[in-house]
Design a protein around this ligand. Structure first.
Ligand code: NAD
Ligand code: TYD
Length: 358
């Protein structure tokens, strides 16, 4: 086996951050398999476009022929599965793609990886890892006073997105228990940072603020999320890949629980400091809109297992991470302009036109 890994979904937000850091640290060859849906963008990989250790392949994780050929040809020592449909609001409007990629696609990928792994030598079998990237949303919603999600929390997914991710987690678990495959699963909280597609709260608010558009808050803005800087998430994944115990799940979080309103206030305040408006504050653009159906109240991650067992904890606080993020968006307006044309406009129309001002 070569020192080569396969990353799926490596042109998306977290996957591209992971691939960029992996190659910049000289950790070995990466085969990057991505379908390039609306969320996949080769510009996210421009930092590594001339790196000979990066091979990009445009393909679906469910395309068994392509997956089988790549595994045979490159003999990877690990697969890291980021590929997914990832946006809750889109899963409410059109769940089909979520079922196809997150469940059926993951199943096909697992089948080809099983065939590849089964044919390896005993030593190579032992070294191999399949790391599945999942979400805290599979655990459902917490009340204000409930303890944060531990890895043992029951699965109670509430959206088509989280239900499809839960199904894929169960498949990964089953392939370990049934076939003895060396699986690892990570469940993380809301990521933020560079290359985040501006349909998600943080990049959307930065983009809309600068464009002078309304900053849409679903409901009363009191829903709570835990926020994890994407660079910290990537370092946690590298640690789990290196030292995680086979068959285990690790929760990854930033220890930054915040209400949506507080997140938006923080963003407005940073922008007021870095790019002041001629009159007033960006906070003046905040607009309350009709809530998301079935909107989960609160997610909170207890990341003490990964700290205790693998010695990982996040390096960034919300304050330092958001400072870097806002600065990155201000410096990368061309990237934002490119991803907010075309299909993006159509989505914003669909999602926000239907939400009257609350
Ligand atoms: P993203 O939507 O930005 O990127 C997903 C990538 O997968 C895109 O490049 C897309 O082209 C690709 N893709 C989609 N369907 C595919 C298919 N059938 N075959 C091959 N490639 C396909 O998502 P993200 O935010 O980078 O999330 C990555 C992973 O992390 C997902 O599995 C997601 O569920 C999980 N996750 C994300 C967050 C978050 O805050 N963003 C939080 C928890 C978990
Ligand atoms: P999002 O970034 O879509 O992530 P998730 O739903 O997976 O947590 O949304 C984060 C929170 O922000 C969530 O509670 C929904 C809320 N939200 C808004 O209030 N307004 C918006 O325009 C968006 C996109 C999200």
């Amino acid at each position: 086996m070569d020192n080569c890994i396969v990353v799926t979904g490596g042109a998306g937000f977290i996957g591209s951050n992971f691939v960029n850091a992996w190659l910049q640290q000289g950790l070995g060859k990466v085969i990057n398999l991505d379908k390039l849906t609306y969320a996949g963008n080769l510009e996210n990989l421009s930092e590594v476009q001339n790196d000979k250790n990066h091979l990009f392949v445009k393909a679906d994780i469910g395309d068994r022929e392509v997956v089988a050929r790549l595994l045979k040809q490159y003999q990877p020592r690990a697969i890291i599965n980021f590929a997914a449909e990832s946006h809750v609001d889109r899963s409410i409007h059109a769940p089909d793609a979520f079922i196809q990629t997150n469940i059926v696609g993951t199943f096909h990928l697992l089948e080809e990886v099983r065939a590849y792994w089964s044919a390896l030598t005993d030593a190579a079998k032992e070294d191999f890892r399949f790391l599945h990237i999942s979400t805290d949303e599979v655990y459902g919603s917490l009340s204000a006073s409930a303890p944060a999600f531990k890895e043992t929390h029951p699965y109670e997914p509430n959206s088509p997105y989280s239900a499809s991710k839960a199904a894929s987690d169960h498949l990964v678990r089953a392939y370990h228990h049934t076939y003895g495959m060396p699986m690892l699963t990570t469940n993380c909280s809301n990521n933020y940072g560079p290359y985040h597609f501006p349909e998600k709260l943080i990049p959307l608010v930065i983009h809309h603020a600068l464009e002078g558009k309304p900053l849409p808050i679903y409901g009363d803005g009191s829903n709570v999320r835990d926020w994890l800087y994407v660079g910290d998430h990537c370092s946690a994944i590298r640690r789990v890949l290196e030292a995680g115990k086979i068959g285990e799940t690790y929760n990854i979080g930033g220890w930054n629980e915040m209400s949506n309103l507080d997140v938006v206030y923080t963003l407005c305040d940073r922008l007021d400091a870095l790019r002041p408006k001629s009159k007033g504050s960006y906070r003046d653009q905040i607009t309350y809109v009709t809530d998301r159906p079935g909107h989960d109240r609160r997610y909170a991650i207890d990341a003490s297992k990964i700290e205790r067992e693998l010695g990982w904890k996040p390096a960034e606080t919300f304050e330092t991470g958001i400072q870097k993020t806002v600065a990155w968006y201000l410096d990368h307006q061309t990237w934002v302009d490119h991803v907010t044309s075309g299909e993006y406009q159509q989505w914003v129309g669909e999602n926000y036109q239907a939400r009257e001002k609350a």
